[in-house]
Design a protein around this ligand. Structure first.
Ligand SMILES: Nc1nc2c(c(=O)[nH]1)N[C@H]1C(S)=C(S)[C@@H](COP(=O)(O)O)O[C@H]1N2
Ligand SMILES: [Mo]
Length: 560
């Protein structure tokens, strides 16, 4: 060794620190490439694999604990993990550079040669392409991903090389600083150096502690405040038994809806949700696919006599129709916000299938594949309903990227999960295909469970006594309509009929309102809906998993 006497421990620390810094920068680059070029992001690949392989109860628990943010936390945790792996590689490399000292890897000063960085990059490249990615189910060099193996090889190589070279650069900088300090003993004594190092180590330890506590804190806060704001009140067993006792499953003949004079009520959802306000859900941890309309092709194949492929332009030229339809995510809690309404425009799926000739005997399902490796299936009968369509416009605008540009499925009556976004292929099959979420235990037929939500007053809010107020919200049954909405202010003992607003179509939610001029006191507001067939909303509390939540939205209110 040259002028710099260093211990193994010091070499390990210097390597790990340089590896960590280089790793953070390389990770940022990877995210940047992923966002701009749609290339691989390793944390995303791992995160998806974890999210998909979690046992159901764990998944459900995390979901209630962290709400819709769960996937973001998972992503950040894995990202931190990736940086630590980079640090580990850096530390090991710095140790091994001396152990396997054939070649000129280190010079007199203790500096590492840049060829070591390139070698490190190559090892990392092989490791992630041949071992890591196949383990996450993405195939060798991500061959199973939409990105494809070539793009992945390329972007992993870039990230690896940037990491390797930065690592050497930073390592040598650290060595050089150390060298300069030891070379001038009057400036920095060994003791000062030692305390510097301890300082640095405790800095790292403190950051980790802060990070860990922060994560725990957020989780705890979420747990205390409840995952999605006001959900059905499980806290009151008396209320629950009241509701279940007097529960009448079906009213026959069904009530006739009455649409009275409509009053605008502040705080009530707007009937049509703007594209920006429309709820968004996707399996993708970081970035949704950004598909280019020009390159995009839609393939219709499987058990059809004339499979075909068409461009975006050709699709736009087909006859289209408009329909209002509300959507709801299967993971929506009672009273939750994963529910919205829009005017959609597109081509009916039946028309598209007819262009592919005749459907061969034995066909049972239609599978929809998407640009983000998501897929789901619907039954053939459902596919042929006139309201099932491939939508390309939303509220009069080209479908936004986050909602599935260039084309998404709309399939009224069943949960949002089946409304596949970024469609690339429609395949008629004779198998019982199970889609992305079904592989995780979520319902396959997934019919929407009727639900109703109180938008105003809000959970725990204060209402002034003797003043004219409104209780108002939305009710939704998928494609079965709403015949009546009843509101109780005494926890379900007595009910009043709310005024309904005439819905924009048979497939949308229905806005409801009830004037209310309360005396001072405590109230428990409950809402329930009935569909046009007379089915009454189910009061039995159920979590979203596996086939959608049920229960009555209940809100405690203090009037003073
Ligand atoms: N390709 C693809 N389609 C998808 C998803 C997805 O992750 N990938 N998520 C589904 C789920 S769970 C829901 S609730 C809806 C949400 O659609 P939105 O974001 O337009 O509201 O899209 C569905 N379609
Ligand atoms: Mo969903």
């Amino acid at each position: 060794m040259g002028a710099l006497p260093t211990t193994q421990k010091e070499r390990w620390q210097r390597g790990a620190l340089a590896g960590l810094l280089a790793g953070i920068l390389a990770s940022l680059l990877m995210l940047l490439l992923s966002l701009t070029m749609g290339s691989i992001s390793l944390p995303e690949a791992l995160g998806s694999a974890i999210a998909q392989s979690l046992p159901l109860p764990v998944f459900d628990y995390l979901h209630t604990l962290l709400g819709g943010d769960a996937k973001h936390y998972l992503f950040y945790i894995i990202l931190v993990g990736q940086c630590l792996v980079f640090a580990l590689f850096g530390g090991l490399c710095n140790l091994l550079a001396d152990r396997l000292n054939f070649g000129q890897w280190r010079d007199e000063q203790g500096d590492l040669n840049y060829s070591v960085g390139l070698m490190l990059a190559f090892i990392l490249w092989l490791f992630s392409g041949l071992i890591f990615l196949p383990l996450t189910g993405s195939g060798i060099f991500g061959a199973q991903l939409v990105t494809g193996a070539l793009n992945t090889m390329f972007s992993l190589a870039i990230t690896g090389i940037v990491y390797g070279l930065l690592f050497i650069f930073l390592h040598n900088r650290l060595t050089w600083r150390l060298l300069r300090r030891t070379a001038s003993p009057d400036q920095e004594t060994a003791e000062a150096l030692e305390s510097k190092r301890i300082e640095r180590r405790s800095l790292i330890r403190n950051s980790l502690v802060v990070l860990g506590l922060g994560t725990l804190g957020v989780a705890a806060w979420r747990f205390i405040t409840g995952s999605s704001g006001g959900t059905a009140s499980t806290a009151d067993p008396q209320l629950q038994s009241n509701l279940l006792n007097k529960y009448q499953q079906k009213i026959s003949p069904p009530p006739q809806p009455t649409y009275g004079e409509w009053q605008e009520v502040p705080g009530l959802s707007s009937e049509v949700t703007s594209n920006a306000q429309f709820y968004g859900v996707s399996k993708n941890l970081l970035s949704d696919p950004s598909v280019k309309g020009d390159d995009w092709q839609l393939m219709v194949d499987g058990l059809v006599s004339q499979p075909f492929t068409m461009s975006y332009k050709e699709l736009l030229a087909l006859p289209m129709h408009k329909q209002y339809e509300s959507m709801m995510c299967i993971s929506n809690e009672v009273g939750g916000s994963y529910m919205s309404n829009a005017l959609w425009e597109g081509i009916s799926l039946k028309d598209l299938l007819e262009r592919a000739g005749t459907i061969k005997p034995g066909a049972t399902k239609v599978v929809l594949y998407a640009a983000d490796s998501y897929s789901d299936s619907i039954h053939l009968a459902k596919a042929l309903e006139p309201t099932t369509m491939v939508a390309i416009k939303m509220n009069g605008e080209t479908l936004p990227t986050s909602h599935g540009y260039p084309a998404r499925l709309l399939v009224p009556g069943i949960y949002g999960m089946k409304h596949v976004k970024w469609i690339t292929r429609i395949q008629v099959v004779n198998t019982d295909y199970q889609g992305y979420w079904q592989q995780n235990g979520w319902s396959d037929p997934a019919p929407i469970k009727m639900t109703s939500r109180i938008d105003t007053p809000t959970y725990g809010s204060k209402v002034s006594a003797g003043k004219q107020a409104y209780i108002a919200g939305v009710a939704f049954s998928g494609n079965k309509g709403i015949s009546q909405v009843e509101v109780s202010v005494d926890g379900g003992k007595s009910w009043q009929k709310a005024n309904l607003r005439r819905p924009l179509s048979a497939l949308t939610w229905v806005l409801w309102e009830l004037p209310w001029q309360p005396q001072a006191g405590s109230y428990s507001i409950v809402v329930r809906a009935t569909d046009l067939q007379g089915n009454v909303q189910n009061p039995k509390i159920a979590p979203p998993l596996p086939d959608g939540s049920s229960g009555y939205h209940t809100i405690p209110i203090t009037v003073s």
